[in-house]
Design a protein around this ligand. Sequence first.
Ligand code: 13P
Length: 245
Amino acid sequence: MKTLIVANWKMNPQTAKEAKKLFDAVKKGAKNKNTDIVICPPFVYLPLLKGLPLGAQNIFWEEKGAFTGEICAAQLKDLKIKYVIIGHSERRKYFGETNEQINKKIKKALDRDINPIFCIGETLEENRAEKKSEVLERQITEGLHGVSKFEIQNSKLVIAYEPVWAIGTGQNCSVDETLKSMLLIRKIISNMYNRELADDMKMLYGGSVNSKNSAEYIKGGGVSGLLVGGASLDAQEFISIIKSI
Ligand code: 13P
């Protein structure tokens, strides 16, 4: 199975010119037959970038209509977008996204054959209070509530474990703790569906990934790929991550 490397550019860069320059540099340098690469730029750059698979950073659950500021599945489909990040901790924190809303977004994406990259992860306080298992279980069961085994098998739904305390802090989660979290997530999925589906599901790690730590996660972290934020904004650094796999 190929390793999936996803770039989450978040609200960067500031101009279309810079976005194209970064994208072209990545496209040119990022050749590794062992990896699949997905770039998730801000919505406004999606129609401008061609030649690597693209993902969106959000989706709205309604079909169309009076929802100012939102983007629907049909609009993403029209641009041939393959993936969408759903439930990122920054959306949960700054926009108050709930597990229930995330669930509606996941269902809409699945319904329209857009693969959700479903983000979960505990905060520092939850981690310190040893509530990680409880938090992940709630995020997964509520986020996937009513999603059938069949729908999951027929999609490429990806789970991204991103401990909130590791995002943008330089404090990446240790490979051992990542492995433990991956086993825990697979167990939760196995209890909800079955073992086979849990074993087959792609799972990413995200949080302060760089070219120095990337290979360790693939070797020992039990992950199928990485979700990269800050380091994906530097073409050379992102290419080095891809080459490290
Ligand atoms: P950083 O790689 O900047 O820590 O961000 C991770 C992330 O949030 C990716 O979605």
